[in-house]
Design a protein around this ligand. Sequence first.
Ligand SMILES: Cc1cc2nc3c(=O)[nH]c(=O)nc-3n(C[C@H](O)[C@H](O)[C@H](O)COP(=O)(O)O)c2cc1C
Length: 202
Amino acid sequence: MDAREAIITRRSVREYKDKDIGLSTIEEIIDAGRYAPSAGNIQLWRVIVVKDERVKNKIARLAMKQSWISQAPAVLVVCSNKTTLKSYYGKRADKYAMQTISAAVQNMLIRANSLGVGTCWVDTFESKALKRELRIPEDTNPEVIITLGYSDKKARASLKVDLNKIVYFERWGNLEVENKILKELSSKIKKKINENKKKKKN
Ligand SMILES: Cc1cc2nc3c(=O)[nH]c(=O)nc-3n(C[C@H](O)[C@H](O)[C@H](O)COP(=O)(O)O)c2cc1C
């Protein structure tokens, strides 16, 4: 599976088969996160791998009772330690940390999809209680939960807004392409959108 396919076929998966996921596959997924860009190359991410049923149940409860979370054979809790980032960037650290963690998470989701592993990005949880439960140190915070597992079900296609509704050229709101290179690019984009629409219909 090439990068484009891994990106466009990824969907949030919330139903998992009763099939375990090996540690080497989990490592492979986390490893992809390590290659994400990070502000100042400060790789603030830390990842807790949870496979224990009791702990998964607790996480599901702390994630606003999203019980399906405990069905996943593995759950990753992606944490950040902002200490170094704060000393370098002061007020900007929170924003940088959020973007850095998100880049790593997205890499992991895409890599997982390329390995046939379903994922869901979960960001609704009681942070303080989760921190206590997983004995996360004071200077570190849980940022994102990722569920991992295999699924029989084809995940529902989520509606994605068309490119021509989100891209402007040279200035906000401008849909006309004046630049020659962009013009060529734009016609390729339109062609791709039409191809995808045709594929969806078939
Ligand atoms: C910041 C963030 C928080 C999210 N939190 C949750 C969550 O708590 N529970 C959940 O089921 N999905 C959660 N999602 C997944 C979104 O619902 C999902 O990505 C969106 O509906 C688009 O569907 P897709 O991932 O299949 O493209 C979250 C996604 C993001 C980016």
